[in-house]
Design a protein around this ligand. Structure first.
Ligand code: GRF
Length: 201
């Protein structure tokens, strides 16, 4: 069947990726879209609440529009997402709660990645190395990463994907962070595919 132009446009999912820092997960998403591993989607916008986030350079390099919106500006985020016709949102290292109006307008269409096996080591204050330090201090034998839907709280929405790795006796928080990031870069792509599936129809 020959698709006309408008049906082709409608089958696309315009993603916004929200970041605060390095953006290595953003890079995994950009790579998966440009290699064709993720189809029918594009990263249409990158938003950072931190104007110095390195991920903003990654987005610039990929030709993706970027915008800095401070967390305190509760109205501008929804306006900006709507202005860019965003269908679904990925929180990829975004260290702030989303404004309620964004959560309710995009209900079921927002995912977050967290570097632990939720419900362990999550919630307010568990970010970055702190998560991995806590895992090591508790002498856990396994840890991992989680993709979940986003609601009004930190890290409490429905879990979509979890992947585990072993914690080795000689792991430091820094080593563990690197090893967990490797699996994050895989499951974020799986999460995007689920999100894009939800955009269609
Ligand atoms: C990742 O560990 C992610 O799970 C967490 O913040 C970190 C962001 O890393 N929410 P990056 O900016 O994608 O490199």
């Amino acid at each position: 069947m020959l698709l006309n132009d408008s049906s082709q446009i409608n089958s696309y999912c315009n993603l916004a990726v929200l970041i605060s820092g390095s953006g290595s997960n953003l890079q995994a998403i950009i790579d998966a879209v440009s290699s064709g591993d993720v189809q029918n989607a594009k990263v249409a916008l990158v938003v950072s609440n931190n104007s110095n986030a390195y991920g903003l350079h990654r987005a610039d390099k990929a030709g993706i529009p970027t915008v800095h919106i401070p967390s305190a500006d509760k109205e501008k985020l929804l306006e900006t997402l709507e202005h860019h016709n965003i269908d679904a949102i990925v929180l990829a290292g975004y260290l702030s709660l989303l404004p309620i109006n964004v959560v309710s307008n995009y209900s079921g269409k927002i995912i977050n990645i967290h570097p632990s096996l939720i419900p362990k080591y999550c919630g307010k204050g568990f970010y970055g190395l702190k998560v991995h330090q806590a895992v090591i201090e508790a002498k856990e034998t396994e840890t991992g990463a989680t993709i979940h839907l986003v609601d009004e709280e930190y890290d409490t929405g429905k879990i979509l994907i979890q992947e585990k790795i072993e914690v080795r006796p000689d792991d430091t928080a820094e080593i563990l962070q690197k090893r967990v990031l490797e699996i994050e870069h895989k499951i974020i792509v799986k999460g995007i595919k689920m999100l894009v599936g939800g955009c269609e129809g």
